[in-house]
Design a protein around this ligand. Structure first.
Ligand code: 13P
Length: 249
């Protein structure tokens, strides 16, 4: 039985006082939830968030990680640094990193590996653009993104990882993939992994991300291959995030 995971990706949002208000609400309700909850704040707030969630069933995650373990890489943050700050999860290959910061499939796979080497659980983000969907390439693109990691590390690497399917056209647009559209891609992802290792595929959590809101979360999370959500905008509003967490219960 896969335990549902709801992770908040704060992106480049937050401020000390806002984080504190948001987490006070989340922490107060976290113990009543059956799903696992994670929050991924910007790097400078990891220490603050860590102290606010201490002793509570909320996991900490980061939004990116360097593919290098250490060295002369100005502006980068290594996996071991994130682990030292109490991170359990780290996003790799978010579409904004791919599109705006030039992260290729190869770089994403290297970051995935670096995360696991540091003891972190990578949340591998995959997803197609609107033009890729409209030209019928959705499953091809997602399979290619997944293969970059599978070819580099083998299917066993997926036993301590999470995958997030985030169609680029649904991110921050208010347009959500329909539950059946999402389920179709989630099932394809699981089938690709199952072809290499059925046990790994059965246990793998595949999250959906892209305009998840209180109004659509329950139906999305009710699909057989959707194991929770990666939440952007709604993760910054306590009521919305908590309603989404309850929908995963
Ligand atoms: P939104 O929920 O704001 O669409 O963002 C989704 C996302 O990119 C989460 O990583």
């Amino acid at each position: 039985m896969r335990r549902k995971l709801v992770a908040g990706n704060w992106k480049m949002h937050g401020a000390l006082h806002q984080n504190s208000e948001l987490l006070t609400r989340i922490v107060a309700e976290a113990s009543g939830l059956l799903c696992e909850i994670a929050v991924c704040p910007p790097y400078p707030y990891l220490a603050q968030v860590r102290s606010l969630i201490q002793g509570v069933a909320v996991a900490l995650g980061a939004q990116s990680v360097s593919e290098h373990p250490s060295g002369a890489f100005t502006g980068e943050v290594s996996g071991s640094m994130l682990a030292e700050f109490g991170c359990r999860y780290v996003l790799v290959g978010h579409s904004e990193r791919r599109a705006l910061f030039g992260e290729t499939d190869t770089v994403v796979a290297a970051k995935f590996e670096a995360a696991q080497k540091a003891g972190l659980i990578p949340i591998l983000c995959v997803g197609e653009t609107l033009s890729e969907r409209e030209s019928g390439k959705t499953e091809f693109v997602v399979a290619r993104q997944l293969s970059a990691v599978l070819d580099r590390l083998g299917v066993a690497a997926m036993s301590s990882a999470v995958v997030a399917y985030e169609p680029v056209w649904a991110i921050g647009t208010g347009v959500t993939a329909s539950p059946s559209q999402a389920q179709e891609v989630h099932a394809a992802i699981r089938a690709q992994i199952a072809a290499l290792g059925s046990g790994v595929a059965a246990d793998l959590r595949i999250l959906y991300g892209g305009s998840v809101k209180p109004q659509n979360a329950k139906e999305l999370f009710g699909q057989s291959d959707i194991d929770g959500g990666l939440i952007g905008g709604a993760a910054l509003v306590a009521d919305d995030f908590l309603t989404i967490c309850h929908a995963a219960n």
